[in-house]
Write a protein that binds this ligand. Structure first.
Ligand code: UDP
Ligand code: MG
Length: 321
């Protein structure tokens, strides 16, 4: 029977853990009783270098319940790294891995739906928020702007999906081959390419404690997302440079014409034209150099180039001959 592991990154979550633990245990119990997941299913809390009692609480819960396990990071490493640590550890023990935030803002009742989708053969199930009415107007508009921007930068991400998702063991194994240090999971998971689907839910308010994602962190996450996935900004600079050079050539023709007609102040044409032309050439050159840096940047990531879904046919043929 397939084992489920629920990975929960926790940073100073002592206030939220009691409720979260109770809810998650009861979900696992229910799924085990329904025969949808194996008895060895469990919760894996990842303590991301919390400064409060989070780890002590996790240890306590581990003693109390056979479903609870924990992993402690030596220092605060950030949500995405904590999540990755949890996923990579969980894949050795679980067949399907659900990741969810410790504050249970994401509706846990859809975990069952995610498991159903896994049973139907999906490798990745994205939790997608139906509406954003629990968010402030500010967060709603910035979030929408973020998704639009990512799309404009040609980064394939799922709208209104944060890090609430189910992944099969083999999907996590592919993910583990993305060895880049600047992590943005929401951008990487769609690159895996296995069969995926979505389940929708309503997001609630944080149950206890306060958000560990202030606006400054959100902003740096968005910047991280774009610069870790796209060299589009460099291409934009190159295009702008090209545009300015073309413009200055047109302006040169016009300037030359005005000069001949004698209607301009002496020296104006040559000064303005050289400013525009040199400016354009410089921008174009920076863009060109940037393009090479962009390529270096893509190379150093050493991302896997492809992911083989099955090689059954190849194997069969060789066994037969
Ligand atoms: N988190 C973490 N390390 C950090 C910051 C946050 O592991 O450095 C965890 C946090 O405990 C929570 C999840 O990441 O489980 C999401 O954080 P939060 O709920 O504060 O973000 P929000 O929902 O406000 O965007
Ligand atoms: Mg939250």
């Amino acid at each position: 029977m397939n084992r489920l592991c629920i990975v929960v990154p926790c940073y100073n979550e002592e206030e939220a853990l009691a409720y979260t633990n109770k809810e998650l245990i009861s979900i696992i119990q229910r799924l085990v009783e329904a025969g949808k997941v194996g008895r060895g299913s469990f919760i894996l809390y990842v303590d991301d270098g919390s400064r409060d009692k989070t780890w002590n609480i996790i240890e306590e819960y581990h003693k109390e319940s056979p479903f609870v396990y924990g992993l402690k990071l030596a220092k605060n490493s950030g949500h995405q790294n904590a999540l990755t640590a949890g996923l990579l550890a969980a894949k050795d023990y679980g067949d399907m891995i659900v990741s969810i935030d410790a504050d249970l803002q994401d509706d846990v009742s859809v975990i069952e739906e995610m498991v159903d989708k896994f049973i139907q053969g999906y490798d990745i199930v994205y939790g997608v928020r139906k509406k954003r009415d629990t968010d402030t107007f500010f967060k709603r508009t910035t979030a929408l702007g973020f998704y639009r921007l990512m799309r404009a930068m040609k980064i394939d991400i799922v709208y209104n999906h944060a890090d609430y998702r189910l992944m099969s063991k083999r999907a996590v194994e592919v993910f583990s081959r993305y060895e880049e240090r600047n992590l943005f999971l929401r951008g990487i998971i769609p690159l895996i390419g296995y069969r995926s689907t979505v389940v929708t839910y309503d997001r609630k308010l944080r149950i206890a404690g306060e958000s560990k994602y202030p606006f400054s962190k959100m902003l740096s996450m968005a910047f991280e997302g774009i610069t870790s996935f796209s060299i589009q900004p460099i291409l934009m600079i190159t295009n702008l440079g090209l545009l300015i050079v073309l413009f200055s050539i047109l302006a040169a023709i016009y300037g030359f014409y005005s000069y001949l007609s004698g209607r301009v102040v002496a020296g104006w044409t040559s000064i303005i034209l050289s400013i525009w032309f040199i400016g354009g050439v410089q921008l174009l050159s920076v863009g060109l150099i940037g393009t090479y840096i962009g390529k270096i940047y893509i190379e150093v990531k050493q991302r896997p180039r492809y992911n083989v879904e099955t090689n059954n046919l190849l194997e069969k043929q060789h066994e037969e001959s």
